[in-house]
Ligand binder design. Structure first.
Ligand code: ADP
Ligand code: MG
Length: 255
C-alpha cells in the first residue's frame, strides 16, 4: 500500500525540507521505495538530494500546469530506493497559472495516480504558503506531517493550517488525516524548548512524535553536499534522530 504524505507548515524555515529529505532517505534505508515530490519553487529538496537544477529538463511545474506525464519528471538520486520529482524556479508562476485552469486543485493527484503504486511512500515537500500548490498537495495526500519549530511562536499559524486542512477535507479529500506533528530544532540549553513541547503536546496529544529533532549543525550542512544526513554523516546524531522518526512513521502504519 502506498502512503502519500504532505510535509506542510506555511511558516518558512521550520524544517519541512530537511524532514522530507531525511525521513525519505531513512525510509528508503528501511527497505521502502520512496518518491519525494518537490512542490516548492525554491527547489531545496531537489538540490538537497543532489539534483542540479540547471540540468533538470522536466519538473513538477510541467506535471501540474502542462499535465505532462510525471514519469518524464522523475529522477533517481544517489541514494538507493529514493527518487525525486524536482522543482525549479519556473514553479513560481504556477500559483497564478493554475487559477484559470480546470480541476486546478486535482492536478497533483491526477499526476501521481499512474505511478503511485510503484512506491511505498510518497513525500510531498510543501511551500511556505497555503495557496494552490499546498491545496494540490493536500488533495493528493493521505495525510499531513507538520514540522513545528520548538520556539515561542510554535503554535502560531497552526489554526490557519488546520482550517485549510478542513476546507480540503470538505471539498476535495474527505479522508485527509494528520499523520503526525514533529518538533524540530529543539535546543536543550533553553527552558523555552521544553515549554513549547508541553504546549504542542497539549494541543495535538498523541499525534506528536516521541522523536524530537534537536538543532544539529550537521543537518544544516548536509544539503550543500546534496546528501541526506545518513549519507553525509551516517553515525551522527542527526542520522539517529531521523532514523528514529522513520521507525515511528512505519510503526504508525503497522510496518
Ligand atoms: P523549511 O523547508 O520549512 O523552510 P528547512 O528544512 O529548509 O525548512 O530548514 C530551514 C533551515 O534550517 C535550513 O537552512 C536547514 O538546513 C536548517 N535546519 C533544519 N532543521 C535543522 C536542525 N534540526 N538543526 C539545525 N538546522 C536545521
Ligand atoms: Mg522548504
Amino acid at each position: 500500500m502506498t502512503h502519500i504524505i504532505a510535509v506542510a507548515n506555511q511558516k518558512g524555515g521550520v524544517g519541512k525540507t530537511t524532514t522530507t529529505i531525511n525521513l525519505g532517505a531513512c525510509l528508503a534505508n528501511l527497505g521502502k521505495k520512496v518518491l519525494i515530490v518537490d512542490v516548492d519553487a525554491q527547489g531545496n529538496a531537489t538540490s538537497g538530494v543532489g539534483v542540479q537544477k540547471a540540468q533538470v529538463e522536466k519538473d513538477i511545474y510541467d506535471v501540474l500546469v502542462n499535465e505532462d506525464p510525471i514519469t518524464e519528471a522523475i529522477l533517481p538520486t544517489k541514494h538507493k530506493n529514493l527518487s525525486i520529482v524536482p522543482a525549479t524556479i519556473q514553479l513560481a508562476g504556477a500559483e497564478i497559472e493554475l487559477t484559470s485552469q480546470m480541476a486546478r486543485e486535482m492536478r497533483l493527484k491526477l499526476g501521481l495516480h499512474p505511478i503511485e503504486d510503484q512506491y511505498d511512500y510518497i513525500l510531498i515537500d510543501c511551500p511556505p504558503s497555503l495557496g494552490q500548490l499546498s491545496i494540490n498537495a493536500f488533495t493528493a495526500s493521505d495525510s499531513i506531517l507538520i514540522p513545528v519549530q520548538s520556539e515561542y511562536y510554535a503554535l502560531e499559524g497552526l489554526s490557519q493550517l488546520l482550517n485549510t486542512v478542513r476546507l480540503v477535507q470538505k471539498h476535495f479529500n474527505p479522508n485527509l488525516a494528520i499523520e503526525g506533528v514533529l518538533l524540530t530544532m529543539y535546543d536543550a540549553r533553553t527552558n523555552l524548548g521544553a515549554q513549547v513541547i508541553d504546549e504542542v503536546r497539549k494541543y495535538f496529544g498523541d499525534k506528536v512524535y516521541a522523536t524530537v529533532i534537536p538543532r544539529i549543525t550537521r543537518l544544516a550542512e548536509a544539503p550543500s553536499y546534496g546528501l541526506p544526513i545518513v549519507d553525509f554523516d551516517p553515525k551522527s546524531r542527526g542520522s539517529e534522530v531521523y532514523e528514529a522518526l522513520a521507525k515511528e512513521v512505519l510503526a504508525a502504519h503497522g510496518e
